[in-house]
Every structure is written in C-alpha cells, then in structure tokens.
Design a protein around this ligand. Structure first.
Ligand code: GLN
Length: 505
C-alpha cells in the first residue's frame, strides 16, 4: 500500500476502507498533511477545519467497523472533500471570496452539505473563489489568487478555481463548486480534472450564496468520471427548500457508467455504439489555441472509434450567448447583492452617520471592482427606460439559445466541443481586461442560459504540458448520458496517468 493515500480516487479509497486496508482517519490525516505540504504554493483553501474533519473521519471508521455488510454503506463514507466558499457549512466561515463577508460564519447549512454529512463524508475546508463567483481565474478573490498545480505562474480558472486546484493537487479527493456560466467546467478543464454542471433544478441551491439565481447550479469536481458520478449521486434530488429544484427521481449515475461497458467493445471493453454525437460548428472559432482545437478534434475521433455516430450540427445563436449572459447575470446579481447593506450580514462600515451613508460606505469598502462593475451593469440594464432594450431583449434571445439546444437534441444525444478556447493563462495576463476574461467562458455560458447539463473531461495537453478539457453537453436531465460518454472516453485514454508535480517548477 502506497503511503500517498491522498492520491486515491473516491472509488479506490472506498474499496480500501471497506476491505479495512486503510482507515478514514489515516486517509484524512494524509490529505491534511498534503495540504500542509503544497497549499502554500497552490493556495486552494481559504479556511480549513482539521479537528472537525478528523472527528467525522473517526465516526466514519466506527460506522465501517460496526457494519455487517460494508458494501451497503454510502460510497462517500469517510471520504475527505473540499467545499467552494460560496456554500454554507454551518459553523464555518463563508466568505464568498469577499471582504463583505470576511468575518461571516454560516448560521445554517446548505442542503447539499446535509446530504454529504448524512453520507458520512469528511469536510476538510472551504476553497477559494472569485468574489461572489464572478470571474474565470480566482484573481477576483479579495484574499488570494489560487495557482494552477500544473504551472504555479498560471491561473487555475474560475470561479471554482480553489476546488479544481485542490482536486488536481490531491488536496482533497473531490470537491463541490458552483457553475453560473462555466465556473465548474472551465477550472476543471484548466486543471485537468473532471467537472460536471448538472441540469438547472437537479441539485438544490438552498444554502448556495446567490449570484444569478436563474443560472446558478452546484456542481462536482473530481479526479475521474466515476468519482464525479458518485458525488453527483449524493447531492442530487428534490428539495422543498429550493422551489426551482426538480421533483423527479434521481437515476443511478454510477450504474449508468456500466452501460458504456461491452464485452465485445474496443479499447478495453468500453463502447458507445449508437450514441449520436453532435459537433457544433460555431464552437470552433478563430483565435482558439491550435492545441485545444487539435486535442478536442482528436477526442471526437476517439468517440467515433468507440462507436459513436459523429455529425456536424449548428447552434446558430451561439454568438449571442456572451452578451446575453453579461446582461442577465449582472441584472440578477445586482438584485441578489442588494442584501449586503451593512444591516443584516457581514461588513458594516464604522464611520457611517446616516443609513444612506452606511449603505454607501459599506458597499464601497466591501465589494471589489468586478462585483461593483457587475452591479452597475445590472442595475443599468434593469432601470426604467432600458429594461425593454436590454434585459427583456436578452431574455428573448435566451429563449432562442435554448431552442438551439432543443432542436439539436432532436438529432443527437450528446454535443461535443471545447470547454475553453485556451489552456491556463498567466496570473495577471487578463486581470485588467474584463472583456478578454469574459471571453474565457464563450463555450460554457450557453448551457447555463438554456439550463441543460455539461461536463469537462481531460482530453490532452498543450505543448507547455497544460491540460485541455473536452466538453460534453447533454439535454436537460441527461447527466447519465454525458457521464457514460465521458467514462467510455476516459477508459479509452490515459490522460490521468500524467500528474502535476508541485514544488519542483
Ligand atoms: N466566469 C463567468 C462569470 O464571471 C462565470 C462565473 C460562474 O460560473 N460563477 O460570470
């Protein structure tokens, strides 16, 4: 047994725990030591809860020891996980990467966290994020910029960059993130891990700090597709506390992976015979990094070799996704962030003499420049006289984007395309240019606007050795299909064999 327990996946660790080869306390300790060893360089975590983690681990070990049939225990029992710092864990800080909430301790718990606790997961700490999840690099965090474990001079992507980097650097076995316009898939792609954004309504948003409520969804970052399926299984499902969550049974996502297995299939027994894969011509654009285009094209060839029927499709309104998103998301953000007024939560500026002065000073000091930019853009788009021209128009075009997907999914089962037009960029490279930062999400925004699901699975490296992700998009509630396709692809390739080396760069 290797002493590098922190390198295990969830399913590997779960098997060893059940065989009593390792204990959850040993595993948790190994991951906490890994964090001490590398997080000064990676800076994935904003806060840690080692005592509580070791207590949960000891409790998991007791449950494992007492079980007559360990195989019947939940797969996350005793597994150390990280949580993006926009999700409320009762009694732990939830800063949202903002000075506004620097000293805020969550008085209640997100539904997903309750589910993880009941499954016996071990919560290690809260991971860095762009302020209120607005950004694509974690550079908008008020506290620290997380570094990409593959090259510490580069960003990990964002806004769930802390979670993606923590998974890539083996500082947790898997992590939760949130995805409003790409914030799970883009950092997963840039860090070489698997990231899934579920369908809007698949996972409860109760206890997720609201950024843009019609787009936000909690997602999973994991070392491989099986782990992503296990984690999604644990957090999915209807919640009466989130009226937008879907009251529908959750399929067995792990069992769905098995459908990709075939005794006669190629490439180690996995195949995708009969799966119809669409490649949208609008997702291969000028200015894309050639290595990304090559890796994604090669990955699509692999899907075809596994038996998928690949065809070109069109999502004709794709070019409008970026302007539509940057009207709707800031409009919703401007309303959601109105609650941070120095009265109810978080920062309260000490110098205020009057109520209005209190609002102005608190919001002026508490929010960073990107959040202020979004609030101004959103308030403008919603204001009388501009509402019809901007917000209403954007909602109409949003319907057209959704229709693009609806039509495409009449012809195909899965859409395959890039996640990000480039691999990880240098820290500072786009920090002063919001437009070029927004362009990092050009391939991920559409499906948040349409509400369907998508994932990123590693599909190669650029000449600098930086990871590239393949995006697989499914229809609403099509998670089983995209996970199955990603699993077959993963089994046919061995990108995970290459790991980042931290501290020797
Ligand atoms: N990068 C996008 C933005 O800045 C998406 C963020 C997200 O998905 N939370 O809004």
């Amino acid at each position: 047994m290797s002493d590098e327990l922190f390198r295990l996946t969830i399913h590997e660790a779960a098997a060893l725990l059940r065989q009593r080869e390792i204990s959850s306390v040993e595993l948790t300790q190994a991951v906490l030591e890994r964090i001490v060893a590398v997080d000064n360089a990676v800076k994935a975590y904003l806060s840690l809860m080692p005592e509580a983690a070791l207590e949960s681990a000891a409790e998991a070990d007791r449950r494992l020891a007492a079980a007559d049939d360990p195989a019947s225990l939940p797969p996350l029992l005793g597994i150390p996980l990280a949580i993006k710092d926009v999700i409320q864990v009762a009694g732990a800080p939830t800063t949202c990467g903002s000075k506004m909430l620097e000293d805020f301790v969550a008085p209640y718990e997100a539904t997903v966290i309750g589910k993880l606790r009941r499954a016996g997961a071990v919560l290690l700490g809260k991971t860095n994020t762009d302020e209120f999840a607005m950004g694509s690099s974690t550079e908008n965090s008020a506290f620290v910029t997380t570094r990409n474990p593959w090259d510490l001079s580069r960003v990990p992507g964002g806004s769930s960059g802390g979670s993606a980097a923590a998974v890539a650097a083996d500082e947790c076995l898997a992590a939760l993130g949130s995805d409003t316009g790409g914030s799970v898939r883009q950092p997963a792609s840039l860090c070489g891990v698997v990231g899934i954004k579920p369908t809007y309504g698949r996972v409860s948003r109760y206890g997720l700090t609201a950024f843009a409520s019609s787009l936000d969804q909690i997602g999973c970052l994991a070392k491989d597709v099986t782990d992503a399926a296990i984690l999604l299984q644990a957090i999915a499902g209807h919640d009466p506390l989130d009226s937008t969550s879907m009251d529908a049974a959750v399929p067995d996502y792990v069992a769905a992976l098995g459908l990709a297995r075939s005794e006669t299939g190629q490439s180690g027994g996995v195949e995708l015979h009969g799966l119809r894969v669409g490649v949208p011509r609008e997702y291969f654009i000028d200015g894309m990094q050639p290595a990304v285009q090559q890796a994604v094209t090669a990955a699509i060839d692999t899907l075809a070799a596994l038996g998928a029927q690949v065809q070109e499709i069109s999502l004709p309104h794709t070019q409008y996704a970026l302007p539509v998103y940057y009207l709707i998301a800031p409009a919703e953000a401007s309303a959601n962030l109105a609650r941070y007024d120095g009265v109810r939560y978080g920062l309260r500026h000490p110098d205020a003499q009057t109520m209005w002065e209190g609002f102005k000073l608190t919001r002026g000091a508490g929010f960073g420049p990107e959040v202020k930019r979004r609030i101004m853009l959103g308030a403008y788009a919603l204001s009388a006289g501009y509402y019809d021209a901007y917000y209403l128009k954007a909602q109409q075009v949003r319907t057209l984007l959704k229709r693009d997907f609806d039509l495409a999914f009449q012809q195909v089962d899965v859409i395959a395309c890039p996640v990000s037009p480039t691999t990880a960029f240098q820290v500072g490279e786009k920090a002063d240019d919001p437009m070029s930062m927004y362009l990092a999400d050009v391939f991920t925004l559409s499906l948040n606007l349409a509400g369907n699901c998508g994932l990123s699975v590693p599909c190669g490296f650029d000449p600098q050795g930086l990871p590239i992700g393949l995006q697989l998009i499914g229809p609403a509630f099509g998670e089983s299909t995209i996970l199955r396709a990603a699993y077959a692809y993963e089994q046919a390739t061995d990108w995970r064999a290459r790991r980042p080396v931290i501290g020797e760069q």
